[in-house]
Write a new protein. Structure first.
Length: 325
């Protein structure tokens, strides 16, 4: 029996994760089977990377349905969302986009009998009443940001559609994601990407978090691996239908600065905390991801030192050659 052809739609494909995930999916399924979409038409360089592209507002269920039909889509990686820091500036729109967008995709999954859905959650689902160190899979969750509230509610919706309608939706609680191929936008963990650019080209960085603010983080290659691994695991192995804790590394701004100074000794860091400090303070310092390790054999490959070496080398090449999209 031959395996059915999978046609994949990625929403929010022009974002930091979407850009890299789209490329990884193209390598796995073939360029003609991956349709990138975003609410905005990306710059030409990024469009070239994304391949087949459709402008799509996930808040419009009719447009979503038309694209699903047009390309005979069988799986959706639904990434379109507003992140924590921007969400605090536009709380109602963040709620609408993050919640209604997800519900539109889950409804379409039922109506069109889609094979699988991927939807990212975040460490933002945790809050001040959550244990900060080695945060367990199941614990008190009282998020303080609109983004976190929407992710926690979204996890509930995913589990509901799985139980009630049998939608095979899978999800990971990403920590801050760090990669060199594309820039993040609107998150509290974004400093950990920006710092490499400023270290290389200015020799100094002003950090919007305090020196000792530990946060869970992950190198992009690990995040892509985790995403593809959970999506390819046997359905029976997925015991968590809300979202899995996922851990790569944890570090503070002072520690990433020290890791950079091992390569660029004159690099200087200054601290000027802003409103994002309160968001970071409400999140865990480290994550227990033993359930993911047990269920689908998750294991990260990168620590801070290894990631820093790769980031410094590739950000330099990327910026000089205009490869960062
Ligand atoms: C953010 O900072 O908002 C995101 C996240 C941790 O989900 N990177």
């Amino acid at each position: 029996m031959s395996t059915p052809v999978e046609n994949i739609l990625v929403t929010g494909a022009a974002g930091q994760l979407g850009t890299e995930l789209t490329v990884a999916l193209q390598q796995m399924y073939g360029k003609n089977h991956v349709i990138a979409s975003d609410v905005r038409i990306p710059r030409e360089e990024r469009q070239e990377v994304l391949g087949i592209f459709e402008k799509l507002d996930v808040l419009n269920p009719q447009s979503l349905g038309e694209i699903l039909d047009k390309y005979h889509i069988t799986q959706v990686y639904h990434l379109a969302a507003m992140l924590s820091a921007t969400g605090e500036k536009h709380p109602k729109h963040a709620w609408q986009l993050n919640m209604q967008g997800l519900i539109n995709v889950l409804e379409a999954a039922v109506e069109k009998n889609l094979h699988k859905i991927y939807w990212p959650s975040s460490i933002a689902v945790f809050g001040p009443t959550t244990p900060k160190e080695n945060t367990p899979q199941f614990c008190s969750m009282e998020p303080t940001t609109v983004y976190g509230i929407s992710k926690l509610a979204g996890e509930g919706w995913c589990q509901y559609y799985f139980r009630k309608h049998g939608v095979d939706v899978r999800s990971l609680r990403y920590p801050g994601l760090i990669g060199y191929k594309s820039m993040p936008g609107g998150g509290t963990t974004d400093y950990a990407v920006d710092i490499y650019h400023k270290a290389l080209f200015n020799g100094v960085y002003e950090c919007f978090l305090e020196a000792d603010t530990y946060l869970p983080m992950m190198y992009m290659e690990d995040a892509i691996k985790a995403t593809l691994d959970i999506m390819h695991a046997d359905s029976d192995a997925i015991s968590v239908r809300t979202s899995y804790n996922l851990s790569g590394m944890s570090f503070s701004p002072a520690e990433i600065a020290k890791a950079i100074q091992a390569h660029i000794p004159h690099f200087q860091m200054h601290y000027k905390p802003d409103f994002r400090q309160a968001i970071a303070d409400s999140w865990p310092r480290s994550i227990d991801d033993s359930q993911a390790r047990k269920d689908w054999q998750w294991q990260p490959d990168y620590d801070l030192a290894r990631m820093t070496a790769v980031m410094l080398e590739n950000v330099k090449i990327g910026v000089e050659q205009g490869l960062i999209v």
